[in-house]
Design a protein around this ligand. Structure first.
Ligand SMILES: [Cu+2]
Length: 287
């Protein structure tokens, strides 16, 4: 076996590379393009820290490789025999400290801004459940559930997988472009996490605890995300879809949906035999 193993390794590696072709098709080098100023700032911060790390990496490994090559024993190099060089010790304490401060300043400023949910235009309460999300527009009280809409056949490999496989929902969270949206986040059972990469927001939804985050979406579009906290067997089946539309369109949509929800409440109250699903299965009552 030990003699066969080395020969098998490249074959196995090649087979693995070929097998994961679909994964490589979705392979991107950079983070997803940001659509909020905050996400752009986070990306800039990431790039700054990355380049600082690259410079340090090249510097440290450059000196190390140069030293081992140029000062090798076969060349007759003799090691210097000094220890406790005060100047050197001060230098290698001060330089890293300065680098850390240079990294800490923009990081802290970004963090402070990320946590500033004041002066928001509207608030949306997000509640995580096993395994779907509930969204409530807190100003109007209108709320609905948002569940995975990928057909069962695709999940069980009985049908070809769609473009947004496991990243599609029945009811999207509609939000206005150019408005500061404050999200109030909690969970009803276990810890979930609401994460939409292009919006640059990700936070744990914790039962019995309310956390906040915010976003100003600058571009119209559909932004997809997922639960990012292992929350049980269907953790991978509770995606997030945000649709950003112009403010006027959002107001019209919300007005219409809130009115129809109020209507349902009335219908159900008037006719005790009627159920919510008789009227509109996508809308929840009250809120
Ligand atoms: Cu979850």
């Amino acid at each position: 076996m030990s003699r066969i193993a080395p020969a098998l390794t490249p074959t196995l590696a090649a087979a693995l590379v070929l097998m994961c072709a679909p994964a490589r098709a979705a392979w991107d080098l950079n983070l997803p393009p940001p659509v909020t100023p905050m996400a752009a700032q986070i990306l800039d911060l990431h790039n700054l820290i990355l380049w600082i790390c690259v410079v340090i990496f090249i510097g440290v490994f450059g000196v190390m490789f140069y030293s081992t090559f140029a000062h090798r024993k076969s060349r007759g190099h003799r090691a210097a025999q000094f220890s406790h060089n005060t100047r050197l010790e001060i230098l290698w304490s001060v330089i890293p400290a300065v680098i850390l401060v240079v990294m800490a300043v923009p990081s802290t400023l970004t963090l402070i801004e990320m946590e500033d949910t004041t002066r928001s235009d509207l608030s949306v309460k997000i509640t995580g459940y096993q395994w779907f999300w509930e969204y409530e527009y807190m100003d109007s009280g209108y709320s609905f559930y948002s569940r995975l809409s990928t057909p069962r056949e695709q999940i069980e490999n009985r049908a070809a997988k769609g473009e947004h496989y496991l990243l599609e929902v029945d009811n999207e969270l509609v939000l206005p472009v150019g408005k500061k949206v404050r999200f109030v986040l909690t969970a009803n059972d276990v810890i979930h996490a609401w994460w939409v990469p292009k919006l640059g927001i990700k936070k744990d939804a914790i039962p019995g605890y309310v956390s906040e985050m915010w976003a100003v979406i600058e571009k119209e579009g559909v932004y997809r995300g997922q639960c990012a906290e292992l929350c049980g067997k269907d953790h991978g089946f509770m995606p997030i879809v945000v649709r950003a539309v112009p403010a006027a369109e959002f107001e019209a949509w919300l007005g219409e949906r809130a009115a129809s929800a109020a209507n349902i409440t009335e219908t159900v109250t008037l006719d005790p035999g009627a159920t919510v699903s008789d009227v509109d299965p996508t809308v929840t009552v009250g809120g």
